[in-house]
Design a protein around this ligand. Structure first.
Ligand code: N01
Length: 550
């Protein structure tokens, strides 16, 4: 049943664009192509950076590369593009991914509709006209029917308010705001704060250049080898000839990869049998141990402990100094409940003479930044450069920062002060014609991002096409559908081990942020979530209400 309200007589106002997209990374670029070239809408994109690329424009720290296999970390909507682009490595470096996105921008003539170096500061819905007004820091004020946020899940940087940060006489850089001409570490004493996926990539690279490196660790991580390497031309050719198959498999998969759980409990295996499986996954590298392990990994602490013990042994056998090894071993949370970092010589780096680990729980936490370095546990560590690898205000941060105001002037950031409230992670009650690509409470960061991005972009495109065909002026999630979705997302998460861990998935990395599981772990995987979204559309957009042209 389609829930349609007849539209009240609306004031007319000058419409500048049919749609405004915020952000020109993977999602904004495809959204632009889709709305402009498939639906012939008048579209503009506002992008804060000076070029396309999003994450891959900003994150230029040493060692920055993708943690998904390149052959699936790309657009799959265009067969020619799939055939013509050749990835050099299993996990391409930042500059190669940026070149790919530049190539896509050229190929689909995207830049003519992207306004660079403009940060959106306010997005307001006008109930009198049913239009959105979008303002930028450069003074733009433009109206459109639809606003689509394509701001990424990990784009609002988190710089903790370290006491004395402003007093530091050396240089400091957040990894996601890295200088475009690089940083020279040679002859320098360097500190890295943080040991998440970013730092795990950066630390081995920095240690090779720097005179001395001190790593400040708050929580250790279960890292597994990436096993990066050149792409074998024969393998690349075989994949290219089977891209239809690859596309179908990743769309229907659990996490958007060609990986599937072993349909068995690890508790039903012999030590020899599981050791053999773990070794196979360890040798394969990448996310196999995390996302293609025994099916009870995320649900049973007893099962989880078995795989965690395997990884702890690996750390002990890699790190020469047993005291340092113990500091590097996670002991306070189950394996896999924080994002899996992939490493190349991460643990080996702590065997180097020029590398020192300062662990918050055994050596003392960071107390302050001083003019000369960092004080932790009562001791000052003098450094010339501080690399701040402290991550992001994940998922909600990028949306809360846009100054979005919906019906009656209600502010999204206020509505979300106790955690995000969405329907499908795609729409928000009280905010008509606003779509959030890979928003909170969608699979997003728990999947291979391009797979989830393409699914959302295509769903939004179909929805807008439907509205235009049927003369609907607005679409809006109902409060009931939203409440049910929020409860469902929480219920599924509470059935896993994920909610007990302090992670950015839970918002626990940001002081004062409400503790909520931010993405959606669909019990049927991204394939199941895709199906659910499609069924909702087929039922005339169940859980949404439309207004019709008056
Ligand atoms: O950020 P993080 P990240 N004092 O939040 C520590 C994606 N990514 O940039 O664990 C001291 O994971 C914090 O400690 P703790 C990927 O999804 C993708 O590394 O909170 N330390 C942690 O060690 C990833 O998960 C790729 O106790 C403080 C670190 O800083 C996400 O980005 C590559 C602190 C932050 O780790 C974020 O990763 C790299 C404080 N006050 C990253 N505050 C690709 O493959 C925080 N920390 C594309």
């Amino acid at each position: 049943m389609v829930n349609v309200q007849s539209g009240a007589q609306k004031e007319s106002a000058k419409l500048d664009f049919d749609a405004i997209i915020i952000g020109a990374g993977f999602s904004g670029m495809y959204m632009l192509h889709s709305l402009r070239d498939k639906l012939a809408l008048k579209v503009t994109v506002f992008e804060a950076g000076n070029n396309v690329g999003g994450t891959w424009y900003w994150n230029r720290y040493p060692g920055a590369r993708c943690d998904s296999d390149s052959y699936i970390y790309c657009y799959t909507f265009d067969n020619h593009l799939l055939q013509e682009w050749n990835w050099s490595e299993r996990y391409p470096e930042q500059d190669e991914i940026l070149r790919y996105l530049e190539h896509c921008a050229e190929r689909f003539h995207l830049k003519r509709d992207i306004q660079f170096a403009k940060r959106v500061v306010e997005v307001t819905f006008d109930e009198a006209t049913d239009l959105w007004m979008v303002r930028t820091d450069k003074g733009d004020a433009v109206r459109a029917n639809y606003v689509i946020t394509a701001v990424g899940s990990l784009s609002a940087t988190n710089v903790p308010p370290f006491k004395g940060l402003g007093s530091f006489r050396g240089k400091s850089y957040h990894t996601a705001q890295w200088p475009h001409d690089g940083v020279d570490f040679t002859t320098k004493r360097v500190a890295v704060i943080g040991t998440g996926a970013t730092a795990v990539q950066a630390i081995p690279e920095i240690a090779q250049q720097a005179k001395h490196l001190t790593v400040f660790q708050r929580t250790p991580n279960f890292c597994v080898p990436a096993r990066n390497g050149r792409v074998d031309p024969g393998v690349a050719k075989a994949r290219k000839s089977d891209y239809d198959g690859v596309r179908e498999r990743i769309k229907k998969s659990f996490f958007g990869f060609e990986l599937n759980f072993i349909p068995k409990s690890v508790l039903d295996t012999t030590p020899e049998e599981r050791e053999q499986e773990f070794d196979r996954m360890w040798d394969a590298g990448g996310f196999a141990l995390w996302l293609a392990n025994y099916q009870d990994l995320f649900f049973s602490k007893e099962a989880n402990d078995i795989i965690a013990d395997y990884l702890k042994c690996k750390i002990r056998s890699t790190v020469h100094d047993p005291v340092v090894a113990e500091k590097l071993i996670p002991k306070t949370y189950p394996y896999g409940t924080k994002r899996q970092p992939l490493d190349t010589n991460y643990f080996e780096t702590f065997n180097k003479k020029n590398v020192l680990l300062v662990d918050a729980s055994t050596d003392g936490p960071i107390e302050e930044i001083t003019p000369n370095g960092i004080r932790a546990g009562g001791k000052e560590y003098p450094v010339d450069i501080i690399v701040i690898a402290t991550g992001f205000d994940a998922m909600t941060g990028p949306l809360n920062n846009l100054g979005i105001k919906g019906r009656g002037g209600r502010e999204l950031a206020q509505d979300w002060r106790d955690g995000p409230q969405t329907y499908l992670g795609l729409a928000v009650a009280g905010f008509p014609n606003l779509f959030t690509i890979t928003g909170p409470q969608s699979p997003s960061v728990l999947s291979n991002m391009p797979v989830s991005i393409e699914q959302h972009v295509e769903w939004i495109t179909d929805c807008i096409a439907y509205m235009r065909r049927n003369k609907r002026t607005t679409i809006e999630a109902t409060a009931q559908a939203q409440d049910a979705w929020v409860a469902h997302v929480a219920e599924v998460a509470n059935g896993t081990l994920m909610t007990g861990t302090d992670s950015w998935y839970m918002g626990a990395n940001i002081a004062g942020k409400p503790r909520r599981f931010l993405p959606y772990l669909c019990p049927e995987g991204v394939g199941g979530y895709r199906k659910k979204c499609a069924e909702i559309a087929e039922k005339g957009y169940e859980g949404f209400v439309f207004a019709n042209v008056a």
